[in-house]
Design a protein around this ligand. Structure first.
Ligand SMILES: [Zn+2]
Length: 451
């Protein structure tokens, strides 16, 4: 299926616009004008001059929202969905995920990236932060470029691996690879694609690699330091044994925590570590489905939010979820806190902001995306809230709960990234569904033989 052309001037006429601006305005009777890749104006419906546009998308039954932002994803793992069930983190890595990722070749990596991006786009995710994998990083970059999605990826760094020793590289190779990849891809496609420096987790990296990576990052402004931390009790026990410190305490002691660091999970943290996260303005990517499925625990999100620590959401990898849907994550992230902290914990509007403007802020993209405002990039989603399983009340107050608690990927109708339609009327304009699924199955069969 071929990519559609970027419209010069597009007008979208929705039923309502959920702006997620600083006043959380919800607009009715307004259309959104897009010029090239940016939002150029709000136009009152009564003042539309139809001759001024290359395309008019009449969506008066749909709600326009900013594209969702997921801050922790593994594009390399989607092919392994359903193949690593009912295991705790370290076993899950040792027995399944490390051997699977180690068996990737260029073809299997390409198709898993395609399957992931396809699923994310159909569910309204327009920006992602990917963890990458050990080899063939350029394949994922090229797929992200081709697909039209916005985001960060990079080589997943591992120069130690006691769980599955074949799956690692040398420190020297890791450093040389990330320098090449960051040089070639950071800020490509007019800044749509950025580099994330991604040490996998503390148990898979030497201290030298963790520190050198942070140093190299200084040459690439706007890049992100992305790793896992404090996910599981056995993992943090191992960290204590090795470093005589808590996980975040250790990261802090080697100076890798700052406002450009995103830590996935942070389920098990001491009060002292919470203080460090706040002081360093470090960002947390919360992955509630993965934390439940691997039996890791429930992250103290209300406490982080009370402290003013940045918390955003990600589906993590398909084998520990087993979906990449932001709707599942929003719903679960809110619901799992309510039995502990009461029914008021993390209301729908807070949750919706966490996956839009707060996601943008966590990645330092708030001047470009995360809300619908004039001058921002046109990363937009049209969502249908008139299905049989949505709210029957049409009030502005009920719109957030309608999206967060009652919607699924199926409600997403059309998706635009950087002014370009990538999904229209629930049809991907980028990928042929049948073709990628059948190619995924074929590549998975071959990959299994390589283990
Ligand atoms: Zn992860």
């Amino acid at each position: 299926m071929s990519k559609n052309k970027k419209g010069e001037k597009i007008l979208i006429i929705p039923k309502k616009i959920i702006t997620v601006d600083c006043e959380d305005r919800i607009l009715s009777g307004q259309a959104v004008e897009i010029t090239k890749n940016k939002i150029s104006a709000f136009v009152p419906i009564s003042e539309i001059n139809k001759n001024s546009y290359d395309e008019i998308y009449d969506a008066q039954n749909l709600i326009l929202i900013p594209g969702f932002i997921q801050t922790h994803i593994h594009l390399s793992q989607t092919l392994f969905r359903g193949l690593a069930e009912d295991l705790p983190l370290l076993e899950w890595l040792r027995l399944k995920i490390f051997p699977f990722e180690n068996a990737h070749d260029e073809k299997s990596l390409k198709i898993t990236a395609q399957l992931s991006i396809n699923e994310l786009l159909l569910g309204g995710t327009t920006t992602l932060l990917d963890m990458g994998t050990l080899r063939y990083g350029e394949i994922v970059f090229n797929e992200m470029i081709q697909s039209g999605i916005r985001g960060f990826t990079g080589k997943c760094l591992m120069d130690v691996n006691d769980l599955f020793p074949e799956f690692k590289s040398t420190t020297k190779e890791e450093i040389s690879d990330i320098q090449n990849l960051a040089h070639n891809y950071h800020n490509s496609e007019d800044g749509r694609i950025k580099y994330s420096f991604s040490p996998r987790f503390v148990l898979s990296c030497t201290e030298g690699l963790l520190k050198d990576t942070k140093e190299i990052m200084k040459d690439y402004p706007g890049s992100i330091y992305h790793t896992h931390s404090s996910e599981n009790v056995n993992e943090i026990n191992e960290v204590r044994k090795r470093f005589h410190k808590e996980n975040i305490d250790y990261f802090n002691s080697i100076n890798v925590l700052d406002d450009h660091t995103v830590l996935a999970h942070c389920v098990h943290t001491s009060d002292n570590e919470k203080k460090m996260l706040k002081e360093r303005d470090t960002r947390i990517a919360h992955c509630p489905s993965a934390n439940m499925k691997l039996g890791s625990g429930i992250a103290p999100i209300p406490q982080y939010l009370r402290e003013g620590i940045s918390v955003t959401l990600g589906a993590d990898g398909a084998p520990c979820n087993n979906n990449l849907s932001i709707f599942n994550e929003m719903r679960l992230a809110s619901l799992i806190q309510k039995p502990i902290h009461g029914s008021k914990a993390i209301d729908a509007k807070t949750m919706f902001r966490m996956t839009t403007i707060e996601g943008a802020k966590a990645l330092h993209l708030q001047d470009e995306v995360g809300s619908i405002e004039v001058g921002k990039k046109a990363d937009l989603v049209l969502i249908d809230l008139d299905s049989y399983s949505n709210n029957y009340s049409d009030t502005d107050e009920s719109v957030y709960s309608n999206i967060v608690f009652s919607s699924t990927n199926e409600n997403v109708k059309s998706v635009m990234v950087d002014g370009e339609w990538l999904v229209k009327n629930r049809e991907s304009l980028m990928y042929d569904q049948k073709e990628i699924v059948s190619e995924g199955k074929a590549e998975l069969k071959k990959l299994m033989k390589r283990i």
